[in-house]
Write a protein that binds this ligand. Structure first.
Ligand SMILES: *Cc1c(COP(=O)(O)O)cnc(C)c1O
Length: 480
């Protein structure tokens, strides 16, 4: 390039048009219409800077530059710039309630309800009977009471908020008695001792990691005690020489001393999952009936609804919680309530739940049905990713996720991809994992035991068709 003469360079520079000329062209009128003038200008200036730099360095390809070429470049840059960062993916991780992939998927009833709430005014805090100001919790309070047996309820942004608010409202500057076996960390930044201190409560640990007795609670009660609390261990289990005290016994003790009991159930299912062959989880109703004065649980775990934290229990305590200033900061918006109400309504027909509630439908999907899907997708994926990989349909186990025990409980089926030469091929598997993750709709699996594993439990019919189309479309012949 150094041998390009001064006059040739000037000629190349002259090929790069002015901003004004390009913007006045009919090719750019359509872009301005679609994206707005200021945004098109920003992107066009970047493109022209780039071409000018190329011209200055004597890059001969600049001589082919024209407005049509610029239009294509700017159009594609604008598309990339405006593509949503939040994208749909295929959750083939085998974890149904995957926190990083947005947990519960909502049934159509909830989708319709959210659409309405998005586009039409609603009686969020307006009592249609009296014409006066209402309370947003009233929209779901009665329904939650019906499903849990609790006297009252309030809804906040998530369960971590529910626990924080409960402790702040009932135990600030006082003591809360918790078993050492229940001082858990639940993913990310949710740790019971930290939440406790954030709420201004003093943690009074009792018992040991593996064994806590009723007398441990009894001996810890003192003049500063505000609350006895139980926490669902969620994502870990202690087995062997263990002892924990049930809610009923703690409640009898606490009530005899005039103290309340709060239970953080975590996932908090509303129905007994054993009827669908799933692991036993204590329900919210059972916890209320055992004597818990307050129960907190998530909206988007086993309940299958939107992200939310539900606090249910004694009317006087819920009233106190609702008066706390933090409630205003942690309250849910109309979209959450619009999604939550129809999901809760589905529980009124428990015999239809496994069909209508998306989370439960996925959790109860038969392994045989998943196997058929795996056998349909297998040849397409094999062809798409080529001979360097071997794709097999194999049985595997899915997990519930989000604090349900991390043990393999759900027999499933999926595609297991190994390197065709039988070598461990870590790098080759990582390359494939990346390729799948970068597809138009990213495919998220997991690498374990020298294989990329795609559990098809969460791939229902419409998604299966979309995945197959995408594989045919995008992976043809790749990677070599
Ligand atoms: C998941 C969980 C939480 C946190 O709930 P979020 O809805 O994620 O805020 C709190 N406590 C327990 C026991 C949990 O399992």
């Amino acid at each position: 390039m150094s041998d390009v003469s001064g006059s040739e360079l000037r000629a190349l520079m002259a090929r790069v048009p002015s901003v004004e000329k390009v913007m006045a062209s009919p090719e750019f009128a359509a872009l301005v219409d679609a994206y707005g003038r200021s945004q098109v200008l920003t992107v066009l200036r970047d493109a022209l800077d780039h071409w000018r730099a190329s011209a200055q360095s004597g890059d001969a390809s600049v001589s082919a530059l024209d407005v049509a070429r610029l239009q294509a470049v700017v159009d594609s840059a604008l598309r990339r710039r405006n593509r949503s960062r939040l994208q749909s993916v295929f959750n083939l991780t085998g974890t149904v309630l995957h926190t990083n992939l947005g947990r519960a998927l909502l049934p159509d009833e909830a989708v319709q309800s959210v659409m309405k709430a998005l586009t039409q005014p609603a009686n969020l805090e307006f009592d249609l009977d009296s014409g006066k100001r209402g309370d947003r919790d009233d929209l779901v309070d009665e329904l939650i009471g019906e499903l849990t047996g609790a006297e009252a309820a309030t809804v906040v942004n998530n369960n971590a908020a529910a626990v924080l608010l409960t402790l702040s409202a009932l135990a600030s500057k006082k003591e809360v008695i918790v078993s050492r076996g229940e001082l858990v960390e639940i993913g990310g930044a949710f740790r019971i001792p930290d939440i406790m201190s954030r709420a201004g409560a003093r943690l009074r640990e009792v018992g040991t990691t593996n064994r806590t007795h009723l007398k441990d609670y009894e001996e810890a009660i003192g003049p500063r005690t505000a609350l006895l609390m139980k926490v669902h261990a969620s994502n870990y289990a202690i087995s062997g020489f263990t002892k924990e005290v049930g809610v009923d016994a703690i409640a009898s003790l606490a009530h005899a001393r005039g103290l309340p009991v709060a239970v953080d159930l975590g996932s908090g299912t509303l129905v007994d999952l054993v009827q669908w062959g799933l692991p036993r989880e204590t329900t919210v109703r059972e916890t209320v009936e055992a004597g818990a004065d307050l129960v907190t649980f998530s909206g988007d775990k086993l309940l299958g609804g939107p992200q939310a934290g539900l606090i249910v229990g004694r009317r006087d305590l819920i009233a106190k919680i609702k008066k706390h200033p933090l409630k205003r900061a942690l309250r849910v918006g109309k979209l959450t309530l619009a999604a939550l109400e129809p999901v809760l309504q589905l529980y009124r027909a428990p015999e239809k739940l496994a069909e209508r509630l998306t989370t439960l439908r996925l959790l109860t999907r038969a392994a045989d049905d998943i196997r058929l899907a795996a056998e349909r997708v297998q040849p397409v994926l094999q062809r798409a990713i080529g001979e360097r990989y071997a794709v097999l349909a194999e049985p595997m186990f899915s997990q519930i996720g989000s604090g349900a025990l991390p043990v393999d409980v759900l027999p499933s089926y999926g595609l297991v991809i190994r390197t065709a030469d039988g070598k461990r091929g870590g790098r080759q598997l990582l390359a494939l994992e990346k390729l799948l993750r970068e597809m138009a709709r990213p495919v998220i699996g997991r690498i374990a035991d020298d294989a990329l594993r795609l559990d098809l439990r969460c791939l229902e019919a419409a998604d299966e068709l979309q995945l197959i189309d995408q594989l045919i479309e995008q992976l043809k012949g790749a990677p070599a």
